[in-house]
Each structure stands twice: as C-alpha cells, then as structure tokens.
Ligand binder design. Structure first.
Ligand code: ATP
Length: 363
C-alpha cells in the first residue's frame, strides 16, 4: 500500500492485530486521516492502483461531467494540489478519440492566462486519457446562483469582464470555448479571480462528426440550452468566437436578472426561443442597472454575430466601467482537502491500462 509512509505502514502492521477485517482497518485509517474516504473505498474494492495517475495520487472525487470524472489529486513528489479529469471509457476507447484528445491537449498547453484554468499535464496511462489542471476551489457561478445570493451589479460585471479577458486569450490562440455557462466560470483566490473551466475538451464534445463518441445534440442541449448562441443551436459546428460572447452575455444576464434569458419548460424549447426571439431587455427586470449596462448585455446577446462586439477584449472594455474590484466577494467552497493524508512515500507504482479503464467511484 504505497499510499502511506514507511512509518505508517509499520504502524499498520501492529494495528492489524486490533482489527478483525480489512474493512475495519481501512475505516480506522480513514478515521485517522491517513487515507481519504475515496482512497479507503477504492482500496477495499481492490482498485488501489487506480489511485495513481501519472505523477499524481487521487484524493477525492470533485464531480462528473459529460466527458468524464474530475478528481482532486496531489502530486506524488511536490505535494501540489491539482484537478484531474479522467475521460470516460466510451470517450477515449478508440485511436481517433485518443489522437483528438492529445491534439486538444496540445492546444490547451498553448494557453497561459490568469483567467483560464492552467493545464499542467496530460497523457495516457494505458488507454486512459487524463488531463491534469490547476485546482480551482470555486465556487463556480452556477453554485453562486444556486445559493440564491444576489450579487452586487459591479461584481457580476467584473466576473464577466475577467471571463471575457480569458476568452480573448483563447480566441487569440485560435480556440473557441463553446460551452461558456455559469458552471464553467469558477472563482479562485478567495473569489477575486475568475477562471474559465472545461477548456480544451469542449471542441470534441461539440463536434458531432465521427466515431459516435460525442454527445447527441439533444443530449448536449440539456446542460447548455440556456447559454448557447442561436447559430450554435441551429448547427453545433457553426460556432465562432462571437458565439462565446453570446454565451457570456447569457451568463451575465442570469447573474444580473436572477433568471435565464429565455425561460421555458424544456431545454429544446428554451434553446429554440433564442433563434426566433430577441431577449427581453434586462432593464425590464433590473430597472436599477446603471445607464448603458443594458446595452452592453444586449450587444453581447445580439442574435446576429456581427451585432456583437468585434472581440472579447472589446466586450471586456465595455464592461469595465460597470465592474467593481472583487475583494473576497464569496467564500470558497469546502473541499475535502482537509482529509488529504500527509504526502505519501511512493515506491514507483504506475497504473496500468486495466487499472484505469473504469475510473468511476463505484468500481
Ligand atoms: N480545474 C478544476 N478545479 C476544480 N474543480 C473542477 C475543475 N475542473 C472541473 N471541475 C469541477 O468538476 C466537476 C465536473 O466538471 P466537468 O467539466 O467534467 O463537467 P461539467 O462542466 O459539470 O459538465 P460538462 O463537461 O458535461 O459540461 C464540476 O463540478 C466542475 O466545477
């Protein structure tokens, strides 16, 4: 069990005599915080080797999206925290899928901006694709919205402004995010810095061309219907830089109005409304908005891409007069890093193909 230091391994030998089963012993190790609950569960199920991904050890499961699961992890030598996305087996289980993943990762490696999540590493362990990223503690803006907290107008504008700067950086390097929504705009540094998440894999998800390995457009709509640009709703391949502006506009609208711009009973109905209707001006819902902000939101959400700003940078500049600096605007979400055991000594264990083939938290 290379998760533990040699001293603790020695202690375990004596602990073994006190516990009649592996389960009781593991429960005790979790209670002592020598193992995290995730590590305890996986060890008990005989999947301990799956905890080792490249140079990292998985610590906790953060969540799951359409492409795979995201874990909190710790570097085996440096102890640095990171987030690791491990692609679902059906998204990676062919050569083209893996080649595309690596192409996307190379693109991601070109990005270097304070408002875009930083990628540290990516690779394959056996046939499993994983991406190691900067850990962003959050909360993300979806969580902020779900908390019911009414944000100051200036903070909402600052979130959107920083997100626009991150988008501009991506656009300059030839990348389009394609999935800007509150859940993909997260906060770091005690709420002072915005980070765009889910960068790099989105192109694969939104490009329904081959392999049968992408979500159907209807499936994609479920999570994104409220934020996708009209041209994107009509044709998922028909996405340009200005489509990201529209999605950012929807996100800002939601933050300011407390409701999505096109409410409706189903994702498809909501998505289609934006193709046929102009958005209700936001000052109808927020008459207290400063003069000019409603126009900026309206321009971001122009139905025609050419009606939007010439660049995300121009959008950021237009938002700047309405933005106020973020001074620890929100509390960070609780992360189970406190349950992370002290940095373990690793004796060169490398995960194998089969060990990572089903990296779910219910192996
Ligand atoms: N770098 C990161 N740091 C911290 N948490 C992250 C990071 N990247 C993703 N997450 C979190 O992991 C969870 C899953 O993220 P993921 O991007 O896989 O899915 P999603 O955005 O929820 O859905 P989808 O990808 O299908 O749109 C989310 O709660 C997300 O906030």
């Amino acid at each position: 069990m290379a998760l533990l230091t040699p001293e603790r391994l020695a202690d375990i030998d004596s602990l073994r005599t006190q516990f009649s089963s592996e389960e009781q012993l593991t429960t005790e190790l979790v209670r002592r915080k020598w193992l995290t609950p995730l590590q305890g569960r996986w060890l008990l199920r005989g999947h301990g080797q799956r905890l080792f991904v490249g140079s990292y050890i998985l610590v906790d499961r953060i969540g799951e999206g359409g492409m795979g699961q995201v874990f909190l992890a710790q570097h085996r030598s440096f102890g640095r925290s990171a987030a690791i996305k491990v692609l679902r087996p059906d998204r990676r289980d062919n050569r083209r899928g893996r080649a595309r993943f690596l192409r996307e990762m190379r693109a991601l490696g070109r990005l270097d901006h304070p408002n875009v999540v930083h990628a540290y590493d990516a690779g394959l362990v056996g046939r499993a694709c994983y991406l190691v990223m900067e850990y962003v503690p959050g909360p993300d803006l979806a969580q902020v919205l779900a908390s019911g907290e009414r944000l100051p107008i200036g903070h909402s504008c600052e979130y959107a402004r920083q997100a626009a700067l991150g988008l501009h950086h991506m656009h300059e390097r030839g990348l389009i995010h394609r999935d800007i929504k509150p859940g993909n705009v997260s906060l770091a540094e005690g709420g002072r810095t915005v980070k765009l998440l889910d960068v790099g894999l989105v192109k694969e998800r939104m490009n329904p061309d081959t392999d049968g390995e992408v979500l159907t457009q209807a499936g994609w709509l479920v999570g994104t219907a409220d934020y996708a640009a009209p041209e994107q709703v009509l044709n998922a391949r028909n996405v340009g830089r200005r489509s990201d502006q529209y999605s950012l506009g929807c996100t800002l609208y939601h933050l300011l109005a407390g409701e999505v711009p096109f409410p409706g009973s189903t994702p498809v109905a909501r998505a289609l409304r934006r193709v046929t209707e102009n958005v209700r001006p936001i000052h109808d819902l927020r008459p207290d908005l400063p003069a000019g902000l409603s126009e900026v939101v309206g321009r971001l959400m122009s139905r025609e891409p050419k009606g939007r700003f010439p660049s995300a940078r121009a959008a950021a500049d237009a938002l700047a007069p309405f933005a106020t600096p973020l001074v620890k605007a929100v509390a960070e979400t609780t992360v189970h890093i406190s349950t992370c055991p002290t940095l373990p000594t690793i004796d060169g264990v490398t995960a194998t193909e089969s060990e990572l083939s089903t990296p779910h938290d219910a192996p």
